[in-house]
Design a protein around this ligand. Structure first.
Ligand code: FE
Ligand code: FE
Length: 288
């Protein structure tokens, strides 16, 4: 029997990474009234709240710049897409094998939903790879540095960011330059030129930026930037390209949020189709 009350080591308030995804799904449940929103957040999800406290306090501009330097040079070895997915699948957290999907099953469920709706091949591929950046956990990065809503650092935090009250504990709160509307950025500088809080989104976009179209890279880079794609914050940093791409990011989001069904995709049966598809977009080996 699965026990839900295992005490967690400090710094790992989520029982498993997917708890954050489940929280998102609940947060954006269709038809939910705004008044239910905070209630869902605070009392029902102490683990999630603690996770966001750590995330919001520790994602400083300096932290982000250091992590970008550490990872964006892609010095973590070569792997093809399926090898990376197999590697991600070795991530075992406190999940229930009877009801929880493996990481590969979540990727396939997302990509199969996109494929089922007749979207182009680049979007099917994008759906499959969208969470491969979670391999950061296997490199030893903490939960709060891998998943969670993302947000710009180096400028004022939007009050549209979930649990934004926790930013008062972030050292950047004491740096006046980072607390103005534009912070270290210029008006309409473009979101690709903004340093986002570090996590699986930005990392996978960096890994695959030579191989996928801009629409796909926006879906990857900004899929957890809910303050932007869901709540329309940070318009003052957007350029024309961001305006064109926002619709694509929004098109992808429901597949990420709501494709978690209870039927497990048949990995063995689907693998040949996906290997052929990957061969159309990616070289045999990719630098991670
Ligand atoms: Fe994700
Ligand atoms: Fe996902």
């Amino acid at each position: 029997m699965h026990m839900a009350t295992t005490p967690q080591p400090s710094g790992s308030p989520l029982q498993k990474l997917d708890d954050w995804d489940a929280f998102l799904e609940g947060r954006y449940k269709e038809g939910k009234a705004q008044s239910e929103f905070r209630q869902y957040d605070a009392q029902a999800n102490p683990g999630v709240a603690e996770f966001y406290r750590l995330n919001h306090e520790k994602q400083t501009l300096d932290y982000v710049l250091a992590k970008e330097k550490e990872y964006f040079g892609l010095h973590r070895g070569q792997k093809n897409i399926w090898e990376a997915a197999d590697y991600l699948n070795t991530l075992v957290d406190d999940s229930d094998p009877d009801t929880d999907l493996t990481q590969i099953e979540h990727l396939l469920q997302t990509s199969e939903a996109v494929r089922g709706d007749g979207h182009p091949e680049w979007m099917i591929v994008t759906a499959f790879v969208h969470d491969l950046g979670k391999v950061l956990c296997l490199y030893g990065e903490p939960q709060w540095g891998v998943v969670g809503d993302t947000f710009p650092v180096g400028c004022a935090w939007s009050d549209q960011i979930v649990f934004c009250e926790y930013f008062k504990g972030n050292p950047d709160a004491n740096v006046p330059e980072y607390q103005s509307e534009y912070g270290i950025y210029k008006p309409a500088c473009g979101l690709e030129n903004v340093h986002m809080s570090f996590g699986h989104d930005g990392y996978i976009a960096e890994v695959l930026k030579s191989y996928l179209p801009d629409e796909a890279l926006y879906m990857l880079r900004f899929h957890s930037f809910y303050a932007w794609h869901r709540h329309s914050a940070y318009a003052h940093l957007m350029n024309r390209k961001d305006e064109r791409m926002l619709g694509w990011v929004r098109k992808f989001n429901p597949y990420d949020l709501y494709s978690k069904g209870h039927t497990k995709p048949d990995v063995k049966q689907l693998k040949p189709y996906y290997e052929d598809l990957f061969a159309k977009f990616f070289p045999d080996q990719i630098a991670w």
